[in-house]
Write a protein that binds this ligand. Structure first.
Ligand code: NIG
Ligand code: FE
Length: 395
């Protein structure tokens, strides 16, 4: 008989966000006050008021902290080398963001050793974990050749804690294909896809003026689907474009950025299962206009929040920072922002095992030095994440 897994009870939680409306206060966040949570092995076994907590092998006193599901960062670009400080400085002096700087990072990434790439990835994962993130998606997109894209994705796929991996060969057309972008599209949808598909679950395209147009994007997403990858799209970041409509058309799990939306785009998202993933760090770091999350939510769309962590447009790994900006600048309530950074991210990754703290879910928990999750936006910039538990293990 295999031994029963150890049980551990976290008690004395001031307010536990479960994201299960059937729990606690009955709000979408399902908040239980003076709560306990029992972990069995790597899984949540029980949640409820402390005074009703069942006995466990071990007890951990949360000391009156608030607890939230570990953040689900469903959009990042961590497979890169180099630095774009100069570009950021130029932008803060008035220069516009054009995404042309991606080529600077491509040059540095191609020159980097495997060890250097792996070290950067590991450092970002540690940084994210310390800020409460327990599920991470990341993309290729700074290699832009079959060899360099596959190398990055292979590395991601074998890195512990790097759970969701996305093929973004269609980030921008590399200089060697500048004269023939359609030939590059054919490569991304052909040999490069063949080399990359074994390491990825998702296929992404930067559908934007100056990157990939609607037809090129459709070709790549359709080819990815035929290989078993699920689409997601960088959509409507710099301009009103076809990205959101295309994402809905191909059944993408998520349309990301959504900075420039028409009413028809909002309606299309609301009438689909495609999640609108908003990336407030990007508007912050590019001095762009923030999208209005309330407009999407009132229409009935599902909204996720993510960092978009990358060295160009959003060099932050902090979900708490993104939550705070989304509340202040995107018309979200603290409850909506917390939901989008946890359950919303899980939905954008089609995951049901993370983003909630209910029996059967993975025991991914962030304990906050605060009496409630509202402090994440009420006290912006303050390092409130005190403890992170990942799959039942306190890190
Ligand atoms: O999501 N827009 C495309 N890709 C990234 C930016 C990449 C870069 O500037 O290096 C984004 O913002
Ligand atoms: Fe991105």
């Amino acid at each position: 008989m295999p031994e029963a897994p150890t049980t551990c009870s976290i008690t004395n939680i001031a307010a536990l966000v479960t994201n299960d409306p059937a729990q606690g206060d009955g709000s979408p966040l399902g908040i239980i006050e003076d709560a306990a949570l029992v972990i069995e092995g790597d899984t949540v076994a029980w949640v409820g008021p402390t005074h009703r907590a069942p006995a466990a092998d071990q007890t951990h006193d949360a000391g009156g902290k608030a607890a939230v599901p570990g953040f689900v960062d469903s959009h990042s670009h961590l497979l890169y080398a180099g630095d774009r400080t100069q570009e950021f400085n130029a932008r803060m002096s008035g220069r516009a963001y054009t995404a042309g700087g991606i080529r600077t990072t491509v040059r540095a990434t191609r020159e980097a050793t495997d060890e250097a790439l792996a070290a950067t990835l590991a450092a970002h994962l540690r940084e994210m974990r310390a800020q409460g993130t327990t599920t991470v998606e990341t993309k290729s997109g700074y290699g832009l050749s079959p060899e360099h894209e596959a190398r990055a994705l292979r590395m991601a796929a074998r890195t512990p804690g790097m759970e969701e991996v996305t093929y973004l060969g269609a980030h921008i057309v590399p200089p060697e294909y500048a004269a023939d972008p359609d030939a590059y599209t054919a490569l991304v949808a052909g040999d490069m896809l063949d080399a990359c598909a074994p390491y990825a679950r998702w296929v992404d395209v930067f559908c934007e003026q100056g990157a990939f147009d609607e037809d090129q994007s459709r070709t790549i997403l359709t080819a990815g689907k035929a290989k078993g990858l699920i689409p997601r799209v960088h959509a409507n970041q710099l301009t009103h474009g076809p990205g959101v409509q295309l994402a809905v058309e191909v059944g993408a799990a998520s349309a990301d950025h959504c900075t420039h939306l028409t009413d028809a785009d909002v309606e299309a998202l609301a009438g689909s299962s495609t999640v609108a993933t908003l990336l407030p760090g990007c508007e912050f770091s590019t001095r762009a206009v923030y999208p209005d999350a309330r407009r999407l939510l009132e229409a009935g769309a599902t909204v996720a929040l993510s960092t978009d962590c990358n060295p160009g447009s959003s060099y932050t790994s902090s979900m708490p920072f993104c939550i705070a900006i989304a509340v202040r600048e995107m018309n979200m309530t603290p409850d909506q922002a917390l939901w989008s950074a946890t359950a919303g991210g899980a939905q954008a990754l089609r995951r049901t095992d993370v983003g909630r703290l209910t029996p059967g879910c993975r025991a991914d928990i962030a304990l906050l030095d605060a009496p409630s999750h509202v402090h994440l936006s009420y006290r912006p910039g303050v390092p409130l994440v005190a403890e992170v538990w990942q799959a039942g293990v306190r890190g």
